[in-house]
Write a protein that binds this ligand. Structure first.
Ligand code: C5P
Length: 424
C-alpha cells in the first residue's frame, strides 16, 4: 500500500459512522481525509453517538453532522437525497454487523441506511466487530450480498480486540483507510488523464537539477540548481497523462507521484541515460538540467593533498545533452531552457537555433525574485520557426503554474499545423 496522501481537490466524501468501539478511530480518519483535501460530511447512527459525540466530528469535518432521517433543520439544508447526490464516495467506518444487515436487506429506517439506497456514489464499508460476530454465518451471508451489490469491503484486520478476544474484526488504522481512499481517486484521475490529458500516450523524458563533476574521490564541481522547475514539470506532465521519466542530478526533492526517476551524477551519465531512454521511445525531451559546462580532464584516483599556494585543474568541455539528442534520427520534440542574466531573449533565440530545439523557455536569472532557488518563475517561450507560433510570455507565477503553462505550450506546438495557419 503506497502512503500517498497528496492533495485531491474538490471531492466529496461522506463518512458514515455506526455503533462500535472503533468509532474513536474515525475521528482521525476524518482528520486525515480533510488533510488530503477532501470535503467531508459525517453521518452518524444512533449507536455511533453512544461511543463518540457529533460535536467531535463537526469540529473535525468543519460541517454539521447528520444524525436524523427526518430532521426539519437538516432537510432545509441538506437532506438525505442532497447528501446522497453530494457524495463522490460513501465510506462506512466502522460498519457494524447491524448496518451490514440493514444494507443487505435494503432497509431504510434511519439516515445512513436511507442514504445507502439513495446514492449512486461508490459505497465502501470497513466492518469492525467482535471476531465471533464477524465469523457468524449471517454476517458472512450479508457481506457476500453486499459484494454482489457492488459494495467495496475493506477487510478487517486480525489482532487483540477491545472486548478481550483475539481474531479478525479490527478496523484498519485510519491512515491506512485514508490512503486507500486517496489512492482510489488518484487512480481514477490518472485513468482520465491517460485518455484525455494534453500529453496522453506520450513518453516525456526530463533532465533536472545540477550535475556533479568529480575532481577526486571527495570533491566535485557543481552549481546551485535545485531541480524544482524540472520536478514541477515532471508532475505537470504526469497529470497531463504522460508517462514520465525524470533523469535527476543530485537534488533533495521527493519524486513526484507516478514519475519514474533515474538518479545520475555527472553530465556524461546524464547523456548516457538520455540516449538509453531515446532507444526506449521518447516523444518529448525536456532539458531543465543545469549541466556543468566543463568536467575535470583527469579525475584523481586519490584525494588531492594540500601542497602549493595554487592548484591547476585542467577542465574539458562536457557534451551538450540536449543538442546531442536533437541530432539523432528519431529525435523527440525538443524543449530547452535558457537562464540568462542579460540579453535574455536574444541569447535564447540563438540557442533555439544552435541546439536545433523545437521550443525554448527562457528566464532572467539576474532577477532575485525568480529562477534558481526561488519557488516562482516567469518565462518567455519561443518556438522554432517552422511552427509559426508567436512567442509566449508566462507571467510570474509558482513553478507549478509555470509548468502547467509549459505543458500547454508543448501540447499546442505538437498539435499545431502551420498549413492550417491563415497567416502563412
Ligand atoms: O548552453 P546553455 O547551458 O545555456 O543551454 C541551456 C539548455 O541546454 C538547457 O536546456 C540545458 O538543460 C541544456 N544543456 C544540456 N547539456 C549541456 C548544457 C546545457 O542539455 N551540456
Amino acid at each position: 500500500m503506497s502512503f500517498d496522501l497528496s492533495v485531491i481537490p474538490n471531492k466529496n466524501i461522506i463518512v458514515g459512522i455506526t455503533g462500535g468501539i472503533a468509532a474513536y478511530k474515525s475521528a482521525i480518519l476524518v482528520r486525515r481525509l480533510k488533510d488530503a483535501g477532501f470535503n467531508v460530511r459525517v453521518v452518524m447512527t444512533e449507536g455511533a453517538q453512544a461511543f463518540i459525540t457529533p460535536l467531535t466530528f463537526q469540529a473535525l469535518s468543519g460541517n454539521p453532522v447528520h444524525t436524523q432521517l427526518l430532521d426539519p433543520e437538516a432537510e432545509a439544508g441538506m437532506g438525505h437525497i442532497e447528501l446522497a447526490r453530494w457524495a463522490d464516495l460513501v465510506l462506512i467506518a466502522p460498519a457494524s454487523c447491524d448496518t451490514l444487515a440493514k444494507f443487505a436487506a435494503g432497509l431504510a429506517d434511519d439516515l445512513l441506511s436511507t442514504l445507502y439506497l439513495a446514492t449512486s456514489a461508490p459505497v465502501w464499508v470497513a466492518p469492525a466487530m467482535n471476531q465471533q460476530m464477524w465469523a457468524a454465518k449471517a454476517t458472512q451471508r450479508n457481506l457476500a450480498t453486499l459484494v454482489d451489490d457492488g459494495v467495496h469491503v475493506i477487510m478487517p484486520e486480525s489482532g487483540s480486540q477491545a472486548c478481550g478476544d483475539v481474531g479478525l474484526g479490527r478496523m484498519p488504522e485510519p491512515e491506512e483507510l485514508a490512503c486507500q481512499v486517496t489512492d482510489y481517486f488518484h487512480k481514477a484521475q490518472r485513468a482520465i488523464a491517460e485518455k484525455f490529458g494534453l500529453l496522453a500516450s506520450k513518453h516525456v523524458v526530463i533532465t533536472a537539477g545540477p550535475t556533479r563533476e568529480a575532481i577526486d574521490p571527495v570533491r566535485y564541481i557543481s552549481n546551485h540548481s535545485t531541480g524544482k522547475m524540472g520536478f514541477a514539470l515532471a508532475a505537470a506532465c504526469y497529470a497531463a497523462g504522460a508517462k514520465v521519466t525524470l533523469i535527476a542530478g543530485p537534488v533533495s526533492l521527493d519524486t513526484p507521484n507516478g514519475v519514474r526517476r533515474i538518479n545520475v551524477s555527472s553530465a556524461v551519465q546524464m547523456l548516457d541515460t538520455s540516449m538509453q531512454l531515446l532507444d526506449e521511445g521518447c516523444d518529448v525531451f525536456i532539458a531543465t538540467a543545469a549541466v556543468a559546462d566543463y568536467r575535470v580532464a583527469e579525475v584523481a584516483e586519490h584525494k588531492i593533498k594540500k601542497s602549493g599556494d595554487e592548484l591547476d585543474i585542467a577542465l574539458i568541455k562536457n557534451p551538450d545533452i540536449v543538442a546531442t539528442i536533437a541530432q539523432q534520427d528519431k529525435r523527440p520534440f525538443m524543449v530547452g531552457f535558457a537562464a540568462e542574466t542579460r540579453n535574455v531573449e536574444e541569447y535564447a533565440a540563438g540557442k533555439l537555433v544552435a541546439k536545433k530545439l523545437d521550443m525554448i523557455a527562457c528566464n532572467d536569472v539576474s532577477r532575485a525574485d525568480i529562477g534558481f532557488a526561488s519557488d516562482e518563475n516567469a518565462m518567455t517561450v519561443f518556438f522554432a520557426e517552422g511552427y509559426h507560433l508567436p512567442k509566449r510570455d508566462l507571467e510570474k507565477a509558482s513553478k507549478q503554474e509555470i509548468a502547467q503553462q509549459l505543458v500547454e505550450a508543448i501540447h499546442d506546438a505538437l498539435h499545431h499545423d502551420p498549413a492550417q495557419d491563415e497567416a502563412f
